[in-house]
Write a protein that binds this ligand. Sequence first.
Ligand SMILES: CC(C)(COP(=O)(O)OP(=O)(O)OC[C@H]1O[C@@H](n2cnc3c(N)ncnc32)[C@H](O)[C@@H]1OP(=O)(O)O)[C@@H](O)C(=O)NCCC(=O)NCCS
Length: 105
Amino acid sequence: MALVAEHTDPNSSAREILAVGRLSKLLPENAAEIAILVSDRFQRLGIGTELMRRLVEIARHEKLRRIKAEILPENTVTQKLLARFGFKLTHSIQDGVVKGELALT
Ligand SMILES: CC(C)(COP(=O)(O)OP(=O)(O)OC[C@H]1O[C@@H](n2cnc3c(N)ncnc32)[C@H](O)[C@@H]1OP(=O)(O)O)[C@@H](O)C(=O)NCCC(=O)NCCS
């Protein structure tokens, strides 16, 4: 499932998508991979945090057991965001990524 944040220009009434948050089910385990993307112009306004909050809430409602994420080691902004929501972060030297996991049950 995906959440989409839109912005309407007050002058032109043009609409644009400014952020997307997605939970992709991981089968056969009862888990999902999380991904959030906020357009550069709209970053640092709390939108990423709000999407994260809503996606975690939806995952709990759907009774998922865990949420996973894979982030590049240099992406410290996302690592901080995930840690704030209680994700456990592990550096996978073998894969060259940081793996995040939030247990929900
Ligand atoms: C990670 C991302 C989703 C954060 O979205 P956002 O809307 O900017 O996040 P928020 O405004 O809620 O900010 C969350 C925190 O990160 C900080 N932050 C955001 N962008 C930052 C930047 N470029 N540099 C330093 N800190 C930054 C904010 O200041 C805030 O911390 P604070 O509460 O201590 O001030 C966004 O940067 C993004 O889309 N990045 C590219 C895609 C990506 O890496 N997605 C993650 C895959 S799961």
